[in-house]
Each structure stands twice: as structure tokens, then as C-alpha cells.
Design a protein around this ligand. Sequence first.
Ligand code: PMP
Length: 431
Amino acid sequence: MTDLTDELLRKRHRLMGRFSPLFYEEPIVAVKGEGCYLWDADGRQYLDAYNNVPHVGHCHSHVVDAITRQASTLNVHTRYLNPVVLDYSERLLTKFDDSLESVIYACSGSEANEAAVRMARHYTGKQGVIVTDLAYHGNTEAIAEMGTEFMPESRHSQRVATFTTPDRYRAPSGLVGDALAAYFLETVDAAIAKLQDSGAGVAALLVCPGFANEGIPEAPPAFLSKAAARVREAGGLIIADEVQFGFGRSATHWFSHQKFGVIPDIVTLGKPMGNGHPISAVLASRTLVENFGEWGMYFNTFAGNPVSCAAANAVLDVLETEQLLPRAERNSKIVFDALKAMQSRYDCFGDVREGGLFFAVDLVDDPVEKTPATALANKVVNQMRQRGVLISRIGPNDNVLKIRPPLAFDSEHADQLLTTLESVMEDVTGG
Ligand code: PMP
């Protein structure tokens, strides 16, 4: 560890507390970003194969220019009429089904989910929300209790019920096809029954369609639409949390619910939306939005301000002009094929999954028992960092490699990622 790293680390612990999360055994002092690269204080370059917020690339000049121009013209809160937010809203809504016709803005994914859940609770008159057993949807009091990451299930209130993450790889052995689908759907039925029995009733299913925080498991075919149909039958609304998968992460579609053929009642957006500028949104029918607004006026000082909307509009420009979705689709295939090929050589690659430009490798100590290889995953992630490539890990056992680069990622970056991973795997497995 360099003297500067050590000094900043001690300062951070003193000023921000020891639990403010950081990546890597030797944290990176990041001082500059451009495209898919970050540089540290010593001038060392890192390939960023992890960050989904700088979606169109770190410090993309078109986004930076749009922010600068708008910030030097006008920035106010949103109680004035201004065309920037309206022009952006009109453009954003064209990417969705016609039933999603209105939008309200917030500043973070957590806030967007909070507003979406309040909207669903108010509209349905019910309180219960269904999420996966490995969900994370944000950090507000109400949303944190819908996730296991920061709030153990034992502390969930009567208003939350979970279903089993539809992960084929970690399902009970022997279950395949219709039986496997039925196994997961029964857990959705059980969650509905739990909420009905407790008197909370079903307000919504809150779900990330690509199951980002659950480790992008491959669900049985049509799982999401079948689960959604059950929740709707019980009177609940469907909230698609597109905070991670929105704006082309799935590569084939602008928003991942479109890939799974589900039209949600409410969609939430965040993270990549402003390429790092804090902006998020809740989309729904006009009826839902007006019903919510009439009941409990929603105001959020910074949300949808002209600078945020200029940033978000510039992100759409870049996604379209640089054709980043088709690029993501090409590179997704390159990386996924290579990871699959590595799986045949490394027994510890228990399962390899892709969700567009998003990859997960479930590392195991024993491919038959599927024992999570937590220590190995830690070693791989830290060795990758030492060799200049940034990835992370996820899952209840922190054993799943998580590779999720900016959409600016291209074939030369894929080469660097794969060559480095190959060399790390050779060293850590002695292969
Ligand atoms: N939804 C999902 C799927 C997320 O992954 C996250 C953040 N990891 C959030 C919501 C919360 O977003 P934020 O951190 O911007 O509040």
C-alpha cells in the first residue's frame, strides 16, 4: 500500500467511519477517468469492467459539455416551468410502452423505489410488497426492509414477503423444466398468501427483471410474466426496478422488462441515467401519477432540475449516436463465449451467466457440491485489480464474480479483461 493510500484510508476512517464501504484489499486512489479507464494517483491505468454509472464512458465529453452549458445558463428547482425537463421527459417516454405515459423525478434509485412503492400502496390501498430473497432496492427505511443485504429478513415487517430467487444453478438438484418453474412460482404464491393472511394485502411486486443484485440468475422461461400474472391476480401492481438494467444494459433492449415481455405498471430508473450526475425517475400511467400527486404532493428539491435533465438527455444522445446497444450485444457475446470456454478448463467455474453486458461467474470449491468459493473469489478480484482490471463479486456468499463494464466497453477492452482473467485463473488455481 502506498503512503498516500494509507493516509487517505486513515483519514476516511476517522472522518467517515470504518464501515463506509470500499473495494479491494488495496483500495484505489482514483483521480481521473476517461472512457473505460480509470487512473490512480501514481498514474497507473485500470480497465473499468465494473462500473455501470459512467454508462457511456467516464467523463464523456458530450455529457460534460451538456452539463457545463446548462449549469452556466440556469439551474433551479422544479417549481418553475422549464422546457429542458419536458423535452427530456417526452424523449424518455418514447422508449417505453404507451401505457407508461408520465414521469416524476428523484435523485437516487432508492428515492425512486420509495416513491414507486408509496404510489402502489396508495393506489391499491394495500401495504404488502413482494421481493426476492436476495433483493436490494435501496437504502431508505421503507426500501431497506425489502432487501436482505442491509436488513436481515428477520427484521422485515409484516409488509414484506420474499420469494426464492429463480436461480436454476442453485435450485434443488433434479428439478428441471416445468417442475423447476413450478418450484419457484410456488414461492411467489406463498409470498402472496403470507401478505394476505397477515392482513397487509398485496400492493406490489418490486423486482429487477434481470435480477442484478441476485447475481443475474437464469430464471426458467417466462418466469417473470407468470409471477407478474399471479401478483396482478392478487390485486398488486408490478414495479420494474430498472435502476441497474435500464438504458441498454441487457444489450438487446433499452429496458430489461422489454426482454422478458412484461409491461410493468411502474418503472424506476437511476444509476446510468445521468452518467454519474444524480438523477432518477418513476414512470407510470397518468392515472397512477395523478392519483399519487393528488394524495400526497411529491416534491424533491433537486429532482429533474435542468442540469440533471441536460445530462440525462446527453446520455440518450450518446447511446443513440454511438450505437452502444448493438456494441454491447457484440461484446456480450465475445465475453460470454470466452467465459464459457474457460468453464470447460476451470472446474471452479460452477456457473457462467450473462445478462447483456453483465456477466456472473459462480465460483465453487467443489463442482458437484457447488460449495461457494468465497476465498477464491476474493483472491481473483484482488489479483485482477493488481493486474489493472476492475471487477467485483456478489451473492450471499460473495463468491460470484461480477463483471459489468460501462457500455462504452469494446472488443479491445474485452481482450484485456479476458487475457487478464485467464492469467489470474492460471495463477490462483495453479493450472
Ligand atoms: N435498485 C437496484 C436494483 C440497485 O442495484 C440499487 C443500488 N445498488 C438501487 C435500487 C438503489 O440505488 P441508489 O444507490 O441510487 O439509491
